[in-house]
Design a protein. Structure first.
Length: 696
């Protein structure tokens, strides 16, 4: 390949399990093509329909290319260009003033705008730790499910995604891999060709549900009740692997007592499923001598009892002994397979621990309330990067009101002028993945991968690490860690003494672009126990939870807002509301680019024909979706032949930028800041609404 034309290794940075390996063709300094790397088993040379057009994102006319300062009112989105020197000096001086009084009045706000370990969670964390700022509890997506799974399994290890291709029975629970886990779906299609039966559990008739052999649609937030009933039938009908349970689990006798009264009939009353279907599902899943694999995802953890539901589901493969096979078990996330050295990356030891300012935590899932109500101290400055909270955080009217405070100093580091960027006092241009160095783990496969910068930064865009190094210098932070290069940080990303990632070698990693973790192929992590819990066993009964004052056994917590659990609220707002990911957006990423906005068309609301008829609503009508928290508008989709949702449920594929939605609002106008049972995560899918014809 000539000097003017070269191929560069890259990694998709977005919040998706696939973490695809990419190859970027660069000609005369400009990226001209992006494709999936053919030599990485999980990617197999293919990319999703969004990342296949990644150059449209990189070279978009909407890219922010220069630092700017606000010249209009908060939220108007009017800015004028300034220099990096002035921008950084302004930020550092404001932070210095606030830190002199109480550094906890400063809050970082970031999440998974990039999943890279360097650009996502290294120099930024070091900076805010050293500053003594408030800690951000990053709970918005996965924390409830993570905590429930961890209490049972010990860490987020599970079935190797590659092994799904050989599973004879696959249960997809709260996941839509056709849209959000494409390469796992390719393995499931392989399994189907070999005769596998695929069952999907989802309140929405997703694309995955359409392509599965059987779709069960429980009411949102009732997955825990279904899991308890499945265990009831498995135990009652002798479908338990007694040898596996005796050797590799703890608390079985207590679990038997707990699920004794969780009959299919009782669960049917909670879930809205037929008792006969629950019976059949349990018998199919527990069939003797055949491995079954569960792909469970974070959709079901976004309800009041999300952590408990995940805990109950994660008991199933130990109860049946499906862990004995590589193609059995359960997969939530592979992230716990890695020995990530978060201490080296983030340096929490830099925190000053001043007795005058005890550490203060702020839950990102309740950022609206935090900005409006927090005191001792109030939040006086917020720096947002790798996130778009005005669009993605729940109860968005409260979030917008918090960001609109004139006394709140707001810095946003972004590629585009998002809904959140409109509220910035200082707006900084960020690099895309093709312009920065990073190292990646995954939560959907077992490889470590390196992203090399393919092109020079566009305009004056700068990566996160550069911004925080410069701020640290201005703040007078002299610790050597603030001078480390991105490559030096990346070399510390994985523990050398870890049994699964101690094999990672930076020289060979950079030469090849990727390395599989030190796990066998095929990989059956718990075939002979070895769970990462305190007992070393799958914990049906968790002493850890008991010591925290939490029910140590799997149990059911109904939705906070449900027709059975909250009949008074349901009398006003009788429809259960969910807002799953749109096929053409990834959270709020890609949701501003013309190709994907055109493909999505407009905000939609899916409704069952019976619910539409009861309200006199027709397919295509413009409707108002509302509750006491707020309202937004959408076009109605009613499919009489193949309803998109079950009766009593409505679904609005998301997340639209508010300023591109048509009415200045999106689905989060109606969602709640109330937390989940475990981990205090967000409860996006625990929400009741009413729907009526729009007045306009």
């Amino acid at each position: 390949m000539s000097d003017s034309r070269r191929s560069v290794r890259a990694v998709c940075p977005h919040d998706c399990p696939d973490t695809c390996a990419m190859q970027v063709t660069v000609e005369d300094g400009r990226a001209t093509a992006v494709r999936g790397a053919p030599d990485v088993a999980i990617t197999r040379g293919t990319l999703c329909s969004k990342v296949a057009h990644y150059l449209e994102r990189t070279y978009s006319e909407q890219r922010l290319l220069y630092p700017m300062k606000r010249v209009g009112k908060k939220g108007e989105g009017r800015f004028e260009r300034i220099s990096w020197e002035l921008a950084l000096d302004t930020i550092a001086e404001k932070f210095r003033q606030l830190a002199a009084t109480d550094p906890r009045s400063i809050l970082p706000y970031s999440y998974a705008g990039t999943m890279g370990l360097v650009q996502g969670s290294s120099m930024d964390r070091r900076f805010f730790h050293r500053l003594g700022a408030s800690f951000l509890d990053r709970t918005i997506c996965a924390e409830a499910g993570y905590q429930g799974y961890k209490a049972t399994i010990g860490a987020t290890l599970g079935t190797d995604p590659e092994a799904f291709a050989d599973a004879p029975y696959i249960l997809i629970w709260g996941s839509n891999p056709v849209v959000s886990n494409l390469h796992l779906w390719a393995r499931i299609v392989e399994a189907k060709r070999k005769g596998a039966r695929v069952v999907c559990i989802d309140p929405v008739r997703s694309l995955t549900a359409e392509k599965s052999d059987w779709h069960l649609a429980p009411l949102p937030g009732t997955d825990g009740a279904l899991a308890l009933a499945l265990m009831h039938v498995l135990i009652r009908d002798g479908l338990v692997d007694e040898d596996y349970v005796a050797r590799y689990t703890t608390g079985y006798a207590a679990l038997k007592r707990r699920v004794a009264d969780w009959t299919p009939e009782r669960a049917a009353g909670e879930t809205g499923l037929a008792a006969a279907d629950i019976e059949q599902l349990a018998r199919e899943y527990g069939q003797d001598g055949r491995p079954a694999a569960i792909r469970v995802n974070y959709g079901l953890n976004r309800c009041a009892g999300g952590g408990s539901a995940m805990r109950a589901i994660s008991c199933l493969p130990a109860l049946t002994g499906h862990w004995r096979w590589p193609q059995g078990g359960i997969l939530l996330s592979t992230s716990g397979t890695y020995g990530t050295d978060s201490h080296a990356l983030e340096r929490p030891d830099l925190y000053p621990f001043d007795s005058r300012f005890p550490p203060r935590h702020v839950n990102m899932s309740a950022i609206g309330d935090a900005l409006l109500e927090a005191d001792d101290p109030a939040i006086r400055a917020i720096m947002v990067y790798n996130s778009n909270p005005v669009a993605v955080a729940p109860d968005s009217n409260r979030v917008r009101a918090g960001f609109a405070r004139e006394d709140l100093f707001c810095v946003v580091h972004e590629l585009f002028q998002t809904d959140t960027a409109d509220f910035a006092d200082i707006l900084l241009p960020a690099t895309s993945q093709l312009e920065q160095w990073d190292i990646h783990k995954s939560y959907g496969h077992l490889n470590v991968m390196v992203n090399e910068p393919a092109i020079a930064s566009l305009g004056e865009a700068r990566p996160n690490t550069w911004v925080f190094r410069e701020l640290a210098r201005r703040m007078g932070f002299t610790e050597p860690c603030f001078a480390e290069t991105d490559e030096e940080i990346g070399a510390q990303a994985f523990r050398k003494d870890h049994p699964r990632s101690g094999n990672i070698d930076m020289a060979s990693l950079q030469a090849q672009g990727w390395q599989r973790l030190n796990v066998p192929t095929p990989y059956a992590p718990f075939a002979e126990g070895g769970f990462l819990t305190p007992s070393g066993k799958c914990e049906f009964y968790s002493d850890t939870l008991a010591h925290q004052g939490i029910d140590p056994l799997p149990h059911y917590i109904p939705p906070r807002e449900g027709p059975r659990s909250n009949p008074a609220l349901a009398a006003k707002y009788p429809l259960a509301f969910v807002s799953p990911p749109s096929r053409h957006f990834l959270n709020s990423s890609f949701a501003n680019l013309p190709r994907f906005v055109a493909a999505e068309g407009k905000p939609w609301l899916d409704m069952h024909p019976a619910d539409a008829a009861a309200r006199g609503l027709q397919n295509g009508a413009r409707v108002r979706i509302f509750n006491a928290r707020g309202a937004f508008h959408a076009s109605l989709r009613v499919d009489a032949a193949h309803p998109g949702v079950r009766e009593g449920v409505v679904s609005a594929p998301s997340i639209w930028w508010q300023k591109l939605s048509g009415d200045g609002c999106n689905a989060n106008a109606v969602t709640s800041q109330a937390p989940t049972d475990l981990g205090k995560g967000a409860t996006f899918y625990d929400c009741l609404v009413e729907v009526a014809a729009a007045a306009d």
